[in-house]
Design a protein around this ligand. Structure first.
Ligand SMILES: *Cc1c(COP(=O)(O)O)cnc(C)c1O
Length: 422
């Protein structure tokens, strides 16, 4: 049953209530391994579902365009203070609606349409908003893309530097959505400084690892840092932009009135709660446990004969190349989902298949670590992976359903916030 119980909703709108109940049970019963997902705490859920959703507060604390900000101002100030303290930055804007709008604000602050920008290509692990063709950022800017090496899947810094020197981009993006390795911020900073570009570090996936000391921080290297708040950071759907004092005004103006209207105050409050949680010693343990689980799972997957892009992982994320296993990412992901293991199909670098039917699957350990799984569980998880992919190829639905039952049995011992057995 959903926690808190959906009493009013069940009475008012049983159709929606039933679907939310079903989704909360699904989240309980599956190994949720989509690399960008997690489970938020009951405290974050309560703040997200509060009456703050009723309020409008365009502007910033002390400079709003609407009355009645007596309690909204201190909530947003609290979120900002906690963000600054957690990441050790001069300035934080907690109003972006999500990661993509936060990145758009960086363009708004530092570039004009038609300007050149440099980012990691989407098929190599970059994000749509780092200048990919179908994104507004690719359509409105002259986007140049760097790659990872064919040989080892690692970022090719010689190429980054050559492109930066030849193209003179206004903004260089580092970070991405399918990078299993540590980002070398000092190297990016050196290149950005050499060509006079703004270095934007997008830490959407790894913000929680950075906050918990399990991944190096871009602070001191990047001019501006964007992040979602809902991935490893384990907060509500939202985003933040962090910067030095030098860029504070430009960032704030770009978010409002540049791109957005009223901030989502219920989200701001939930971000404050999540940042408070991330400042606890237990969150440091969590961040390190996420990486320990990913490393243990990577080793166990290799043992099961899977090829991993870059051969392993330094963070929460693993990218499996299924080419040698002779199965596409999409049918593999579908079989795994039926077997109770939820992830997404994904392109691998230099993929010979199409983006909608690529060669890889991407997974992460943020969610299962929140559930309490440890490295001891990872050999079993890897065996389920191998069995499910093979059963998928053989269209052995009975085997997939048997695995889903075993997954459910394991997860019964690891409660999740937001759901309880009745
Ligand atoms: C998830 C992600 C985003 C976008 O976040 P949304 O909230 O989905 O808009 C941006 N950049 C990176 C690197 C991401 O992983």
């Amino acid at each position: 049953m959903h926690v808190p119980p959906l009493t009013a909703l069940t009475a008012a709108d049983p159709d929606v209530a039933r679907l939310i109940e079903a989704e909360s049970t699904r989240q309980h019963d599956k190994l949720r391994m989509i690399a960008s997902e997690n489970y938020v705490s009951n405290a974050v859920l309560e703040a997200t579902g509060s009456v703050l959703t009723n309020k409008y507060s365009e502007g910033y604390s002390g400079k709003r365009y609407y009355e009645g900000q007596q309690f909204i101002d201190p909530i947003e100030e609290l979120a900002i203070a906690r963000a600054k303290s957690l990441f050790g930055v001069d300035h934080a804007n907690v109003q972006p609606y999500s990661g993509s709008p936060a990145n758009l604000a960086v363009y708004m602050a530092f570039a004009k349409p038609g300007d050149t920008i440099l980012g990691l290509g989407l098929p190599h692990g970059g994000h749509l908003t780092h200048g990919w063709s179908v994104s507004a950022t690719g359509a409105w800017f002259n986007a140049v893309r760097y790659s990872v090496r064919r040989t080892d899947g690692m970022i090719d810094f010689d190429e980054v530097r050559d492109l930066a020197l030849a193209e003179r981009p206004k903004i260089i993006w580092c970070g991405g959505t399918a990078i299993p390795r540590t980002i070398d911020y000092p190297k990016f900073a050196e290149i950005a400084r050499e060509v006079g570009a703004v270095l934007a570090a997008d830490i959407a996936h790894i913000a929680g690892l950075i906050a918990g000391g399990a991944h190096p921080s871009p602070v001191g290297y990047a001019d501006v840092i964007t992040t979602t708040t809902h991935k490893t950071l384990r907060g509500p759907r939202g985003a933040m932009i962090l910067s030095t004092e030098e860029h504070a005004k430009a960032i704030d103006k770009a978010v409002f009135p540049g791109l957005q209207g009223g901030p989502h105050d219920h989200t701001t409050a939930a971000i404050a709660v999540a940042l408070g949680e991330a400042a606890q010693p237990s969150f440091r343990d969590y961040a390190h446990a996420v990486v320990a689980n990913a490393k243990a799972l990577a080793a166990a997957l290799v043992e099961q004969g899977f090829d991993l892009v870059t051969g392993g992982t330094d963070n929460h994320l693993i990218l499996i190349d299924l080419t040698r296993r002779d199965v596409g990412g999409k049918p593999a992901a579908r079989a795994l989902d039926r077997a109770g293991i939820e992830l997404n199909y994904n392109s691998v670098p230099y993929d010979t298949r199409k983006p909608f039917d690529p060669s890889g699957i991407r997974l992460g350990t943020a969610g299962i670590t929140t559930r309490g799984l440890t490295p001891e569980h990872m050999p079993q998880v890897a065996r389920w992976f191998a069995d499910a992919v093979d059963a998928g190829v053989k269209e052995d639905d009975a085997a997939l359903d048997r695995i889903a039952g075993e997954v459910r049995d394991l997860l019964d011992g690891f409660p999740m916030p937001g759901w309880t057995r009745v």
